[in-house]
Design a protein around this ligand. Sequence first.
Ligand code: ADP
Ligand code: MG
Length: 331
Amino acid sequence: MTSSGTARGADITAAAQISELAAEAARARVTFGEGALVACDRLVRIYRAEGIEVQALQGLDLLIGAGELTAIVGASGSGKSTLMNILAGLDTPTAGSVRVAGHDLAVMSARERLGYRRKVVGFVWQQTSRNLLPYLTARQNVIMPMRLSGVGLRQRGRRADELLGVLGVTDCADRRPDQMSGGEQQRAAIATALANQPNLLLADEPTGELDSATAVDVFGAFQTANAELGVTVLVVTHDPAVSSQVRRTIAIADGRTSTETLRHSSAADDGSMTQHAVEYAVLDRAGRLQLPLDMIEPLGMRDRVRLEAEPDHIGVWPDVQRPAEPEGEQG
Ligand code: ADP
Ligand code: MG
């Protein structure tokens, strides 16, 4: 009896351990990206063309909270547009998962995809001509997406006027795109993208065709949309003047998120405001870390580095024999 009791006890302990492990695994699955508006988990996109394979995204992790305004920067070819096209529901990942506002973009049906593109995301592209229908006025352009999703006549007129007002292009309401400046066209494009009250506004180099003063001005329109309408905004930009104006800048390198810069302002003793920018490396769930080239190159770091755990940080040294401490000097 004792022995069978012990065996049963062991069974119960093992079962309890297994269910505890299972619960932990389930928690880990739920925890990643829980509560985030955008959650990309090890996103992979491989293009195959004429026998050549391009890995545009190589396991990209990204979390964006609702209400954030985030800039994405990175060299040409680093995978920024590939990511935006996936988030826009125009392309699907080869592997990995991507969720936006509770929609699993990797497994959406064609019908869900259409609804997603109409209601959940809005986008603004670099080419001004891709954003607005040339034969419609700004007001008619803003109204069009609402017509397609069945918003009533009065309501869509009211919302179009409100959006053109918030974006500072009320004057352009009755003008066609060819009667507007590049900056005005992009502001009207933002209004159009926001017509159906999307959760997420995506913009792929929206100021790329504009001169720098106009670019800053149009970027101000994204900030206004974020602050006044509460829409979450994700903007790809090349322009350092633009990325210096946002709180969070994410750098993409070789198809992965590599570093993040967070800016915040604080009041100095004399009451003046100063800006602080802190650069972070992204640490993935396997513990992988990408060190910025401008930090590792001057130190000649390559292939492997030496690590030392300190109580409050980890030291990283180049893999070279450090000069031996001179002996006997202390004694
Ligand atoms: P970015 O927007 O950062 O400049 P992209 O996402 O456009 O970068 O491209 C990432 C990589 O994927 C590049 O090497 C690019 O040549 C390749 N690529 C993008 N689109 C395609 C495609 N449709 N077919 C094949 N390769 C592509
Ligand atoms: Mg691009």
